[in-house]
Design a protein around this ligand. Structure first.
Ligand code: FNR
Length: 378
């Protein structure tokens, strides 16, 4: 079958198609980042600056992309990154995305700020490796309740995102009130979106014991939690029946500390540049983190992955699997869950082809491939 030129073509074509399809505010909310967006750009450019050294004559007639991650086996070392409010892109929202990934044996991570509940996602894609993302709030009861709900819905792991002490200044969002969801554009685009804060699920849980509380009181007393520290993470891990993966680590000492408090894995990520501008490029941080962790737990990677070759580079630099962010949203915007599946299929094919060129028959072969940084025009 001839690949779809949009969903199976270069990422620029897919991004342009999503941009055409989405209301401007929705596109800019997803595509944009913090500050001058230097980190959004750097993530991709620095992945582009790496080159794999081909190896020849290695019999690559059979290539096996399967791998194990926390929670089970995947057909390819790819998972969908946690991204909130997916009903902005398609009515099927997270349940549709999860199902599309599951059809390819790819994992899924559900954002705390999702439009679908953990039960809806579990129902849409039974048997899939699924992780539930959360943030640590100031309210321990709430944190433990989120973990309990994920376990009850059959999720395999918690992903605790630790790189958001404060909310970033995002210029593209200025005048765009997604933060409160009290937004005419969002309503017109997708009437199913509720006129409530984007953290409505979390707010609802917190309000169970204080029904009169306002959203502002929630922001003041619960989330975000800039005072959060390693003790809070250790407490969560200690009370969680599910393994806890720590997302948003860039410094090797932080990675070692996360392992020390019991993390089941770490995710090297700068949130796709959407929160802290002028952060190191995530790919630049990966080798030192992998070295510091030294196989004690798996190291996963996201931020800037736009192709199967990018995923292969991350694996060759020490990642055990890769989370895919914005390209999933573009696939969802262009053609719903089918668009997500086609984009992920294309990415998996790119990964498989790259494995053939570097003579890697398995994911563990790929992790030994030679990769070099060659800064300059790509
Ligand atoms: C995100 N990301 C994110 N991360 C997280 O831990 N919880 C969340 O709710 C969200 N929400 C979210 C929304 C949108 C629109 C984007 C683009 C990103 C960050 C996400 O998990 C991942 O780290 C980045 O998207 C990876 O970067 P790229 O590949 O999108 O550039």
């Amino acid at each position: 079958m001839t690949p779809d030129p949009v969903l199976g073509g270069p990422i620029g074509t897919l991004t342009a198609a999503a941009r055409e399809r989405l209301p401007a505010e929705v596109f800019h909310y997803a595509a944009g980042g913090a500050g001058d967006e230097a980190t959004v750009l750097r993530n991709v450019q620095h992945l582009d600056a790496f080159r794999l050294v081909p190896r020849v004559m290695r019999d690559v007639s059979v290539i096996d992309t399967s791998t194990e991650v926390v929670g089970g086996s995947l057909a390819a070392p790819l998972l969908v990154a946690p991204m909130g409010m997916q009903r902005l892109y398609d009515e099927g929202a997270e349940a549709g995305t999860a199902r599309a990934a599951a059809e390819l044996g790819i994992g899924f991570c559900l954002s705390l700020f999702a439009n679908c509940s953990p039960e809806q996602v579990a129902g849409a894609a039974p048997g899939q490796v699924r992780w539930r993302q959360m943030y640590l709030t100031k309210d321990h009861r709430l944190n433990e309740e989120l973990v309990r709900q994920a376990g009850a819905a059959g999720f395999d792991a918690i992903v605790c995102t630790v790189d958001l002490p404060v909310m970033a200044e995002r210029f593209r969002d200025a005048g765009n009130t997604f933060q409160t969801f009290d937004n005419e554009v969002a309503q017109a685009w997708s009437p199913a979106l509720v006129r409530e804060p984007f953290f409505k699920e979390l707010l609802g849980l917190w309000r169970e014991e204080r029904p009169e509380a306002t959203a502002q009181q929630f922001i003041d007393h619960v989330f975000p939690h800039p005072g959060c520290g390693w003790d809070d993470l250790e407490r969560l891990i200690g009370s969680s029946p599910l393994p806890v993966i720590v997302k948003g680590v860039l410094h090797p000492d932080d990675a070692a500390r996360a392992v020390g408090v019991g993390a089941a894995a770490v995710v090297v990520s700068n949130h796709g540049g959407s929160q802290h501008d002028r952060s190191v490029g995530a790919i630049d941080a990966l080798p030192a983190v992998a070295e510091a962790v030294d196989g004690a737990v798996p190291v996963y990677f996201d931020s800037g992955v736009r192709s199967g070759t990018h995923a292969a580079i991350a694996l060759a630099l020490g990642a055990d699997a890769v989370l895919v962010g914005r390209p999933v949203l573009w696939g969802l915007a262009v053609h719903g869950p089918d668009g997500v599946r086609a984009m992920l299929e294309h990415m998996t094919k790119g990964l498989r082809d790259t494995m053939a060129f570097v003579g890697a028959r398995t994911v563990s072969d790929l992790r030994k491939a030679t990769v070099r940084s060659e800064p300059g025009p790509s």
